[in-house]
Design a protein around this ligand. Structure first.
Ligand SMILES: Cc1ncc(C[n+]2csc(CCOP(=O)(O)OP(=O)(O)O)c2C)c(N)n1
Length: 328
């Protein structure tokens, strides 16, 4: 693993990264729990990808850059500016939910305030949209950068190739992130693609591609930082494949014990990036175990409050059915 000091981030920034990672994990656990007690209907978890997501998001300037996430990117949207209450209101389908005012499925993140563009349930539709927004930066002579993400299975969709090809042709300021968790629901990588690395595909589009260990905070952050600088300098797109783990079933409606062996399920704890990041922060002298336990208490209290506050918010009224569907 790259040492954290290679990032050039301050101690405060690294502690903030840890807070976002831990909040992502605790909030996800809460969202999962809410489905189990029948208070919400759906969750699709990013547990196992939090370190990669925070490292990725920290390389951008959320006040001006655009983000078109996929459904597992909740933790990245927190770093980008969304709040735990925003997220839980989406799961409860509340009127004040910034993602869609309760019109979308949960985990379809959007926030006009934070330049986060919601995607469709039809996977990878965000990739051509991101390419279009990046083209907008050229037409407007702006220096904002666009980030979009998807899973490795969805990256095989036709429109992904079309969008990446166009981004290469026009040399657009867009970064394509693939979170490779080695499963598309129950289908493993061998049945998904024959390439060794998905980042190699970038060669065919005429731009750079890298594969990074998404559990390695510094390596992931530095890869995105370099890609953002390149995009901001109008030197073209980058494809970054992050190798991550999927610690949970595909979604709250799936049971991965049916298609993952007992040995594999038992080994998931070893692949937990939260534990690895905690060890790294302690070993490299940024935090102590005691400080982490204190922080965890505080984060759990914040999640409890966000849950209560979100649950108390009003539902959309039947009369407002046709509002918030089209731009007005
Ligand atoms: C066009 C389309 N085909 C199929 C589906 C059903 N579907 C939803 S998620 C998913 C798997 C996606 O896997 P991957 O891209 O690897 O992402 P992961 O969920 O593993 O993060 C599929 C096939 C869909 N939503 N849209």
């Amino acid at each position: 693993m790259e040492k954290l000091k290679t990032t050039g981030l301050s101690k405060e920034e690294l502690v903030q990264a840890y807070k976002d990672i831990l909040m992502g994990r605790r909030l996800d656990e809460r969202l999962w729990q809410l489905t189990r007690i029948g208070k919400t209907s759906f969750n699709i978890s990013g547990q196992g990808a939090e370190v990669a997501q925070v490292a990725m998001a920290m390389a951008f300037e959320p006040e001006k850059d655009y983000f078109l996430p996929y459904y597992r990117d909740m933790t990245a949207t927190l770093t980008w500016g969304m709040t735990p209450k925003d997220i839980i209101m989406g799961s409860f389908g509340k009127d004040a939910d910034p993602s869609s005012h309760g019109r979308q499925m949960p985990n379809h993140y959007g926030s006009k305030e934070h330049n986060i563009v919601s995607h469709s349930s039809t996977v990878s539709t965000q990739i051509p949209l991101a390419t279009g927004i990046a083209y907008g930066a050229i037409l407007e002579k702006s220096d904002f950068v666009t980030l979009t993400t998807t899973g490795e299975g969805s990256s095989n969709q036709g429109e992904v190739h079309e969008a990446m090809n166009f981004a290469g042709v026009k040399n657009l300021p867009v970064i394509f992130g693939i979170e490779n968790n080695e499963y598309a629901i129950s289908v493993g990588t061998k049945e998904q693609y024959a390439a060794k690395k998905l980042s190699d595909r970038a060669i065919g589009y005429g731009f750079d591609g890298f594969t990074v260990d998404g559990n390695d905070f510094a390596a992931t952050y530095l890869a995105f930082k370099k890609a953002v600088k390149k995009a901001r300098d109008k030197k073209g797109p980058t494809l970054i494949e992050m190798m991550v783990s999927r610690l949970t079933s595909h979604s709250a409606d799936d049971d991965h014990t049916i298609y993952r062996s007992k040995e594999e399920l038992d080994s998931l704890k070893e692949k937990d990036p939260l534990l690895a990041f905690e060890k790294q922060l302690i070993d490299e002298g940024y935090m102590t175990k005691e400080e982490m336990l204190e922080l965890d208490k505080d984060i759990k209290a914040q999640v409890n409050k966000a849950t209560d506050d979100a649950e108390d918010m009003p539902d959309p009224t039947p009369e407002s059915l046709y509002e918030q569907v089209y731009a007005e």
